[in-house]
Design a protein around this ligand. Structure first.
Ligand SMILES: NC(=O)C1=CN([C@@H]2O[C@H](COP(=O)(O)OP(=O)(O)OC[C@H]3O[C@@H](n4cnc5c(N)ncnc54)[C@H](OP(=O)(O)O)[C@@H]3O)[C@@H](O)[C@H]2O)C=CC1
Ligand SMILES: Nc1nc2c(ncn2[C@@H]2O[C@H](COP(=O)(O)O)[C@@H](O)[C@H]2O)c(=O)[nH]1
Ligand SMILES: [K+]
Length: 479
């Protein structure tokens, strides 16, 4: 990356900078590879944050199916983490994971999982788990909220046979011809997934992130306290693909020790560690054994660290400096936090990031953990909270005695409760991925880059005024 015009004397964040178009020989946005080179096996540079309100098993599986990577949070109990990793490994690669509900559940129950929008739906089973039928989310939207799902089965959808849809294009064409937006996929009468026309199309564009056994990849986080070695070994035994060692202040002795401990286990898994924002911290953590540095202190949407402590660093400069240091050492950077628009992802990659970690933006999606709620106007949202908030600290240390717990909660550096609204046009994390990756493909071609390494090399970054940033926004109404 090079600065256009002058090299700045102060730190910059994403809104301070823009990408300058360069001469390009890339003739199509589909000729671009977005694959990161950080050894994680991801095929798009998008990672979901290890936050309880962001990455659960369903979001992790959905992301991996499209080539990204979900990091399950360290606050989950070990048994739940083990279950979640094994569950992700069990999910279909070519089809979507069904929302399965029992026949005696109601329409209102189903609508807490899946909103009444096109391209989504549920499958219904009896008490023994036998498949009874499927309904589109649109059908749910027009039924009475207290109707039992089993009573709506007379209008159940046509199912697809897995044998009839050898690939995404065939599936799209079969569904298009049958006028289906959503359908269950059966194999010998058993549900093996669901499909929408949109997901059939996606499967022809994205490459899933798969392990050596052809199963979806997933990462998980550990903190720096407690028995780090046992936890890391247990996660590896469950089949985790990447280990993330995470604490607020990654540039501390406790972190270096935790990395050495995990490294010495020789689990054969990439180790990501953070969070840090300086080249010195990168050197120290790589020396301890980290392969990937998680970079960002204070940019997160749920994060109050900068206002509480004044500590942090504007994120664009943090990613730029740490990526340069990491590259010299053969390590990589994940740019973590502060991403609100596709442009921020492009700029994080231009600064040298191998991948970009997104938290709160993904919290407002169908696939994020937790059920959907509606506000007084009917707008749908999910609750989100920071991992250093009083709420998260209370959950993390629930087993401590009351005095120790009270001491820990004194140090909150995050928001305990916020509503993240679903974008009515993009309610699924996959809709957000489409938006981000199409933006990225276009950014790459504006820079004349066919790959992430070419983008790192060729990106030309200018510095803009607040008015320059404002000018870039679209105008929703006339002036
Ligand atoms: N990226 C960011 O800007 C930030 C992210 N977070 C996220 O919140 C989650 C919780 O992290 P964390 O609070 O580190 O909890 P952890 O449970 O991981 O423990 C932190 C450990 O580090 C010690 N420590 C020393 N200095 C600090 C410091 N300045 N801040 C926090 N701990 C310190 C703590 O000791 P003691 O309690 O005795 O001080 C404790 O032993 C993580 O997911 C983290 O990524 C949190 C803040 C900032
Ligand atoms: N200081 C805090 N940082 C937090 C907290 N919870 C999460 N985080 C960090 O934010 C990113 C995600 O950023 P986002 O802008 O995409 O939401 C996450 O990965 C953490 O590094 C918190 O309570 N305090
Ligand atoms: K912030």
């Amino acid at each position: 990356m090079q600065f256009y015009g002058t090299t700045p004397r102060h730190d910059l964040t994403y809104s301070d900078v823009f990408l300058v178009p360069s001469r390009s020989s890339v003739t199509s946005r589909l000729d671009v590879s977005l694959a990161p080179d950080d050894g994680t096996g991801a095929t798009i540079p998008i990672i979901s944050a290890n936050m309880n309100s962001v990455t659960g098993k369903r979001l992790a599986a959905t992301l991996a199916r499209r080539g990204g990577l979900g990091v399950l949070p360290q606050d989950m109990h070990l048994q739940d983490l083990d279950d979640a990793i094994r569950w992700v490994k069990d999910q279909p690669v070519a089809f979507d994971t069904p929302y399965a509900l029992a026949a005696d559940e109601t329409v209102a129950d189903a609508l807490r999982h899946v909103p009444a929008v096109e391209a989504h739906g549920i499958v219904i089973h009896d008490a023994d788990g036998k498949y009874l039928g499927a309904l589109s989310a649109g059908q749910l939207g027009s039924a009475l909220p207290d109707a039992r799902l089993g009573d709506l089965l007379h209008g159940a959808l046509t199912a697809l046979d897995a044998e009839d849809i050898p690939d995404g294009r065939a599936a799209f064409e079969v569904m298009d011809a049958a006028g289906l937006e959503f359908a269950p996929v059966l194999e010998h009468g058993r549900v093996v997934g669901t499909l929408s026309k949109r997901s059939a199309l996606r499967s022809t564009i994205y490459q899933p992130a798969l392990d050596a056994h052809g199963r979806l990849r997933v990462a998980a986080a550990v903190g720096i306290n407690g028995d780090v070695a046992s936890k890391a070994k247990a996660l590896a035994a469950a089949g985790v693909d990447v280990l993330v060692i995470d604490t607020a202040h990654g540039d501390q002795d406790g972190m270096r020790q935790a990395i050495r401990t995990v490294k010495s286990l020789d689990l054969g898994l990439p180790i990501a560690a953070g969070n840090v924002v300086t080249d010195q911290a990168v050197r120290d953590l790589v020396e301890a054994g980290a392969d990937i540095l998680k970079v960002g202190v204070g940019p997160g949407a749920m994060c109050t660290t900068r206002m509480m402590t004044a500590v942090g660093r504007p994120q664009f400069s943090a990613v730029l400096e740490t990526s340069q240091a990491a590259r010299e050492l053969g390590a990589h950077v994940w740019a973590d936090g502060g991403v609100r628009y596709p442009r921020d992802v492009a700029l994080a990659l231009a600064a040298g990031g191998a991948s970009v970690m997104i938290g709160s933006w993904f919290a407002g999606t169908i696939e994020a953990p937790g059920l959907l709620d509606a506000d007084d106007s009917g707008a749908l949202y999910k609750e989100s909270w920071g991992m250093a908030s009083t709420k998260a600290v209370k959950g993390r240390f629930e087993r401590l005695d009351a005095y120790e717990l009270a001491r820990k909660t004194l140090f909150a550096e995050g928001i305990s409760s916020s509503r993240i609204y679903l974008d009515p046009l993009r309610p699924s994390v996959e809709d957000l991925l489409d938006m981000i990756t199409t933006g990225l493909r276009s950014s790459f071609t504006y820079a004349g880059a066919r790959s992430l390494s070419e983008f790192h090399e060729r990106a030309l970054v200018g510095i803009q005024s607040a008015a320059g940033y404002e000018e870039g926004k679209a105008l929703p109404v006339s002036w």
